[in-house]
Design a protein around this ligand. Structure first.
Ligand code: ADP
Length: 238
């Protein structure tokens, strides 16, 4: 068993309990997608590409009154230490669903009836918290594609490790810790769009965990904002 926290409250990767991993975000990295983003969230490396609004295939999925959103989260075979089967797993189907549901409150698709906006997510390297990092990239890729949005969606997990509530669980903490709570949040609207909990928390730990996660989402939001400003408000043409 790894020691997840030392006597000074320092975690196995050297972070404090309230510290995020290093994050870097690049906007507009794929020439052939309408919008795209690449995020490094600690050791996670994730690409998101957005197409649309475009015609829906198969046509029976189309909604006459609004556009629809589709999301596909996929882990590359080389993203984890043991080769992952490239076929979609139950876990990937579940994560695709929760990511779509976490983005839906933010996108405004009523002006695009009978169309679809497709979000494709490729996890190139995974190290815990991929659904949150994927959401962060997907939200930026949607903005890059020019999809009207009510707010950005910022995501980050909190959890319980060595009996303490901590921000941004890494893979080791996810495997050996006591609880993992991914949260997605629209920071300007103050609304949670995803919350899951794997593990057991007391009511007071639960409250602290939600607040810790929301604080993390607010920090992620600042980085997402900066990445967009870097692309759209500099003189450099990319
Ligand atoms: P999340 O990545 O959102 O935290 P999980 O809690 O399901 O989602 O997964 C935690 C971590 O477990 C992943 O980020 C990844 O590092 C690792 N993992 C997931 N699937 C596999 C797999 N098939 N093989 C090895 N490691 C995996």
């Amino acid at each position: 068993m790894t020691q997840l926290m030392n006597e000074n409250g320092i975690r196995c990767d050297g972070r404090r309990v309230d510290q995020l991993r290093n994050i870097s975000i690049k906007v507009g990295v794929l020439k052939n997608a309408d919008g795209s983003a690449y995020i490094e969230f600690g050791k996670n490396k994730i690409l998101a590409g957005v197409f649309g609004p475009r015609d829906v295939h198969p046509k029976h999925m189309a909604n006459q009154d609004s556009g629809i959103l589709r999301c596909r989260y996929h882990m590359s075979p080389f993203s984890v230490t043991e080769r992952k089967n490239p076929a979609p797993s139950r876990r990937e189907i579940e994560i695709s669903k929760v990511i779509k549901e976490a983005l839906l409150p933010a996108v405004i698709l009523k002006d695009f009836p009978r169309t679809v906006v497709d979000v494709f997510i490729e996890v190139l390297q995974a190290d815990g918290g991929t659904r949150c990092a994927a959401l962060d990239a997907a939200s930026i890729a949607l903005v890059d594609a020019g999809i009207p949005m009510r707010d950005l969606v910022s995501a980050c997990a909190a959890g319980k490790v060595a009996d303490q509530i901590v921000l941004d669980i890494n893979n080791e903490e996810d495997q050996e810790g006591q609880a993992d709570m991914p949260i997605a949040y629209m920071p300007n609207l103050g609304k949670i769009t995803l919350m899951q909990l794997d593990g057991i928390l007391s009511p007071s730990e639960y409250k602290k965990c939600v607040q810790t996660g929301i604080n993390g989402c607010k920090l992620v939001y600042e980085m997402q904002r900066k990445a967009l400003m870097d692309k759209y408000f500099t003189n450099e043409i990319q």
